[in-house]
Write a new protein. Structure first.
Length: 167
């Protein structure tokens, strides 16, 4: 829980496991403690509270910081809490560690890029090999034809040059 200004008002065992701070270390700290410098430079924690106050709830994903300085990818939900008469009492803040999901997504993107590259490479390699295959077939049909031999030599020369540019 956060107070109306964004300072930690209560802390549970899950927050301690996730962020590394004990309750006595966390309570009273401003919740911006858990944000990386680039988010602080954009005044992102204040923006989150403003949006939660305006909309009643704010959800975001982004990097957060543990006590030991390591980063983790988090899903954060901040909900504005109001008293019966409508005055702001504070905010509830739920943080989930999605680091493993983020890593899996990055591996999937890397695999997709690699597959696209291999498909393109396969196409680029097949392209020059196709005329070479045709030249070999012509030479098999006309093994003693000097014109066919010269034509095949030119085909092979161009294609080898093309292949050397790929490497």
């Amino acid at each position: 829980m956060l107070d109306t200004t964004g300072h930690v008002a209560s802390w549970n065992a899950g927050a301690e496991r996730l962020k590394g701070y004990t309750a006595s270390e966390a309570i009273g700290r401003h919740f911006s403690t858990f944000y990386p410098p680039e988010a602080l430079a954009r005044n992102w924690p204040a923006h989150e509270l403003q949006e939660a106050l305006r909309l009643g709830r704010f959800e975001d994903e982004g990097w957060r910081i543990r006590k030991d300085g390591t980063r983790f990818w988090a899903n954060v939900v901040i909900t504005a809490l109001f008293a019966d008469k409508g005055e702001l009492r504070g905010f509830s803040k739920l943080t989930r560690d999605l680091t493993m999901r983020k890593q899996v997504e990055e591996l999937q993107r890397t695999e997709r890029r690699m597959n696209e590259f291999l498909a393109m490479l396969g196409h680029e390699l097949r392209n020059p090999l196709s005329p070479m295959q045709t030249a070999l077939e012509v030479l098999e049909l006309k093994p003693d034809d000097a014109h066919a031999m010269e034509w095949a030599r030119r085909i092979f020369g161009r294609q080898v040059h093309h292949l050397s540019r790929l490497v």
